[in-house]
Design a protein around this ligand. Structure first.
Ligand SMILES: Cc1cc2nc3c(=O)[nH]c(=O)nc-3n(C[C@H](O)[C@H](O)[C@H](O)COP(=O)(O)OP(=O)(O)OC[C@H]3O[C@@H](n4cnc5c(N)ncnc54)[C@H](O)[C@@H]3O)c2cc1C
Length: 373
């Protein structure tokens, strides 16, 4: 570790520990699931919490885009696209361990979604979907918390007065006893480097896959529920590790095709219209990563049309590139990073093994360390 950071450490308060403080303060950078879970658990334990996020809303990669378009009838309409995680699976054995999941279920913030799968699969896959949109889960976890959105934290300083967070050289918040960094690892590395260069290096080596995503409204194709026979809504990325069978369509370059308006709580489109989210597979995304959206859009439209097997009438189409969509590495036993002397913690899906489940496991591990007596 750099000398500067070590001497700074000596000058800082002795964190013999937070539980001697009546109400320690903590800044959390990132209002995705891992940051939101930390905020809830730490505030329940009596900490004063302030959350910062660079986006307009909370939820991170549990995201929903709301788009206005003009329907074939000439009427202005709204479509919702869950263009990040479409849903999440939870390993059956640990279903009862996650209190927040049980509470969210009881509060009606998440709903079960049994997706139909191609005919050769024995059963539909079960997943959880926040309603009425993906960020609803984090909004619910963060209710009553101090959350500052549209605030990109690009600097962290630490002195005898605690942690100070800056954006574009200006103070965004200061005087925090502890700091939690709950953002994807490549972005976390930049913030961590002056304080724990070893963690920054570790973060830089976390393998995150990118994903090009198509969001579209079309006329509904022929077939049951507006789907062509054999083309069912599918949940992306619900992998074996998380206890649910993946349902991968045989239509490269698409890894998944999801009929948005069949998801729980999303509200139907007028009869004869369908909203789609289609995720390109990893290989194709990597090959087209630096292409302009105008180049990628017609290619993915062509792929969706080929997959659905019929000429589509398009009412809306756009693409989104996730540079850091999902963790692709191997889960490590250490699910978070915590430096008691610095009062600095790191969590997020990549540290917890990937996906929503990993984000939750990581946040839970970090809070347990922070609250340890
Ligand atoms: C296309 C796609 C498909 C997916 N499919 C699945 C799936 O099927 N199943 C599953 O379990 N998971 C899936 N995931 C992954 C899942 O969404 C994530 O694992 C989980 O949401 C990560 O939560 P997190 O809190 O760790 O990070 P994030 O959700 O990324 O939250 C980080 C937050 O930090 C904010 N932030 C970043 N940098 C800064 C900064 N400098 N200052 C302030 N704020 C900052 C961001 O705006 C964001 O809100 C998918 C993701 C994508 C993109």
């Amino acid at each position: 570790m750099a000398f500067a950071a070590q001497s700074e450490r000596l000058a800082f308060f002795s964190t013999a520990s937070f539980h001697h403080m009546p109400s320690p303060s903590v800044a959390i950078v990132g209002a995705g699931l891992s940051g939101a879970l930390c905020a809830q658990r730490l505030s329940q334990a009596g900490w004063r919490v302030q959350v910062f996020d660079k986006s307009r809303g909370v939820g991170g990669r549990m995201a929903t885009r709301r788009v206005g378009f003009i329907g074939p009838d000439g009427v202005d309409r709204i479509a919702l696209f869950d263009h990040g995680a479409p849903a999440f699976a939870w390993p059956e054995p640990s279903l009862n361990d996650a209190t927040w999941l049980q509470n969210a279920r009881a509060a009606g913030v998440i709903a079960p979604w049994v997706t139909s799968v191609p005919s050769h699969e024995p059963v539909g896959a079960m997943a959880w979907v926040p309603t009425p949109d993906m960020p609803a889960l984090c909004r619910w976890l963060l209710q009553g918390q101090a959350v500052q959105t549209l605030c990109t934290i690009d600097g962290l300083q630490r002195s005898g007065r605690g942690w100070r967070l800056t954006r574009s050289g200006q103070t965004a918040g200061e005087g925090f006893d502890a700091l939690v960094v709950a953002i994807p690892p490549a972005q976390a590395a930049l913030l961590l480097n002056p304080h724990r260069s070893d963690w920054a290096q570790e973060a830089q080596h976390q393998a995150m896959s990118p994903c090009w995503t198509l969001m579209a409204v079309t006329d509904a194709p022929e077939g049951p529920e507006g789907l062509m026979p054999g083309q069912a809504p599918m949940a992306a990325g619900l992998d074996q590790r998380q206890g649910v069978q993946a349902a991968a369509p045989s239509h490269p370059p698409l890894a998944s095709i999801i009929r948005q308006d069949t998801k729980p709580g999303r509200g139907a489109l007028p009869r004869g219209m369908a909203a789609w989210v289609a995720h390109a597979n990893l290989r194709w995304t990597q090959d087209h990563l630096e292409e302009a959206p105008e180049v990628v859009l017609p290619l993915l439209q062509g792929a969706l049309q080929a997959a659905l097997g019929s000429e589509l009438r398009w009412h809306h189409a756009a693409v989104h590139r996730w540079r850091y969509a999902q963790f692709e590495g191997t889960a490590q036993p250490r699910k978070c990073l915590w430096d008691q002397d610095l009062g600095l913690g790191v969590c997020g899906d990549a540290w917890g093994g990937g996906g929503v489940w990993g984000a939750s496991a990581s946040a839970s591990a970090l809070c347990s360390m922070m609250l340890r007596r």
